[in-house]
Write a protein that binds this ligand. Structure first.
Ligand SMILES: C[S@@+](CC[C@H](N)C(=O)[O-])C[C@H]1O[C@@H](n2cnc3c(N)ncnc32)[C@H](O)[C@@H]1O
Length: 458
């Protein structure tokens, strides 16, 4: 890996006595990692068996690699995430029932962590500006079993109009110069120039301005980057504190090897030590910067919010009609008798369960990819359940389960019909392999018809 000369000169100056250690760490191999999913029906023991260690500062985090075609990965029991990046979710620490925004969310490493921390309760709006990346985000959330996540694809400037001072917590995991990932993704070095961190910082400030318009009084803003550049890190926090005097930079509890933010790399504001830096020469992970800020609660913010909300028009969101509800209920009573929906809404012929924390009128005018949990599709006179619903369910929640072997699971993800020996009534079943819910199948006379989505087969 060849680092640009200007980069080396810049960090020799900034890091001083630590520079050699820092620069030689960048020449070492990067660390891989994964998180286990506490929302699922047990531990991903097969993947954990291959882990090389436990990430000390993330209860669900491990060092190692996952197999993308394994049962654990395909059913969302694990998510591949670089070890330093995992600390961000711990710092955000969202609570069940809150309204949370992940403003720059794709592909979803932090979002899946937030869903787990919220125990799938409350509302998580996961936004990604680029629609193609937002689609990947939605797929990753589906595999993870997210119920409380709404996926949108908007620019922060457009999103701010929709959600004035709405969120309890906002994560801005900002697009950045990516210096901290150089040894993991060396292709990023090509984009780098001496001016690049400043350009990124300007864009980050616009994103932060939007985030501030969406943060509730008393709410928490977490800002993170995967770069070492002070322009994008301490200097942006110093800029925030100057421009938003209601914000207070609060301490982050640091684990061994984590560094303080560096006031001398910005305007000297001593509070900047409260931020955290993860340096690859001090921890087993890539470069990261994280700052946590709490917003004061000036009266004017509360008043603005109320006025805006009164102006909202009635929602144009469509609800399922009586016949559709009948078809849905027939399925639910048979397969998931205890499932309690929140707000059933239609997107075309697709049925979703929108988290009750979100009024339907908030969806108007938004580019929404996933308005909550995808339950299924109405087709002529029938209801076909969606994979997302299976992946968000525990085997114990269903009274119609068929246990399949690992071999049968491989047939299932390949798109084949599965033969079964036991005689069971025809109809829909939740397929479970080694405690992992895998999807739905429809039994027709000792064979299970395959409903695994064509685009996911392998
Ligand atoms: C660091 S990545 C997010 C990683 C993600 N949080 C995760 O943990 O998987 C930053 C994201 O910001 C998006 N982005 C790029 N330009 C943006 C902009 N102007 N406003 C908002 N987001 C932007 C990128 O497409 C990218 O998905």
């Amino acid at each position: 890996m060849q680092l640009p000369n200007e980069f080396v000169t810049k960090y020799k100056k900034l890091m001083g006595a630590e520079a050699d250690e820092f620069l030689s760490a960048l020449a070492q191999p990067s660390y891989g990692g994964f998180r286990e999913n506490p929302l699922k029906n047990g531990q991903p023991t097969a993947t954990i068996a291959r882990a090389t260690g436990k990430v000390p500062y993330v209860p669900t985090g491990y060092y190692g690699q996952i197999n993308g075609k394994s049962l654990d990965h395909v059913t969302g029991w694990v998510y591949s995430q670089e070890p330093s990046a995992m600390f961000v979710g711990e710092v955000v620490a969202p609570q069940a029932g809150e309204r949370v925004l992940d403003l720059c969310a794709a592909p979803g490493g932090k979002t899946t962590h937030l869903v787990a921390k919220m125990a799938n309760k409350g509302l998580l709006v996961a936004n990604e500006i680029f629609p193609k990346r937002a689609k990947i985000l939605a797929e990753n959330l589906e595999r993870w079993g997210a119920k409380n996540a709404v996926v949108t694809s908007e620019s922060p400037a457009d999103l701010e109009k929709q959600f004035p001072h709405y969120f309890d917590r906002i994560l801005v995991d900002a697009p950045c110069s990516g210096e901290g990932m150089f040894r993991k993704e060396p292709a990023g070095i090509e984009y780098w120039s001496t001016d690049y961190p400043r350009e990124c910082a300007n864009r980050q400030q616009k994103i932060l301005d939007s985030a501030m318009k969406m943060l509730k009084p008393g709410g928490t803003l977490v800002y993170s980057t995967c770069t070492f550049a002070p322009e994008e890190d301490e200097q942006n926090i110093a800029w925030l504190l100057k421009n938003y005097p209601t914000l207070k930079l609060v301490p982050i509890e640091k684990s061994m090897g984590m560094d303080d933010g560096r006031p001398e790399w910005a305007d000297g504001n001593a509070d900047l030590v409260n931020a955290v830096r993860l340096f690859p020469h001090h921890i087993k992970g890539e470069g990261h910067f994280i700052a946590k800020l709490v917003n004061g609660s000036p009266q004017d913010l509360t008043i603005k919010k109320r006025k805006k909300k009164n102006k909202r028009k009635k929602s144009s969101v469509v609800r399922p009609d009586k016949d559709q509800l009948g078809l849905f209920e027939k399925f639910r009573v048979l397969v998931f008798p205890d499932y309690q929906s929140q707000q059933l809404i239609l997107f075309g012929d697709q049925l979703y369960d929108l988290p009750s924390e979100m009024d339907t009128d908030y969806l108007d005018g938004l580019n929404v990819l996933r308005p909550g949990l995808h339950l299924g599709t109405f087709k002529k006179n029938r209801f076909e359940p969606a994979l997302a619903w299976a992946l968000a369910s525990l085997p114990s929640s269903s009274q119609r389960v068929i246990e399949i072997s690992k071999e049968q699971w491989q047939q299932y993800v390949h798109g084949d019909v599965i033969g079964i020996n036991n005689v069971v009534p025809n109809g829909w079943y939740l397929l479970v392999c080694e405690h992992h819910t895998c999807g739905f199948g429809k039994v027709v006379d000792k064979t299970v018809k395959n409903f695994y989505p064509k685009g996911l087969r392998f």
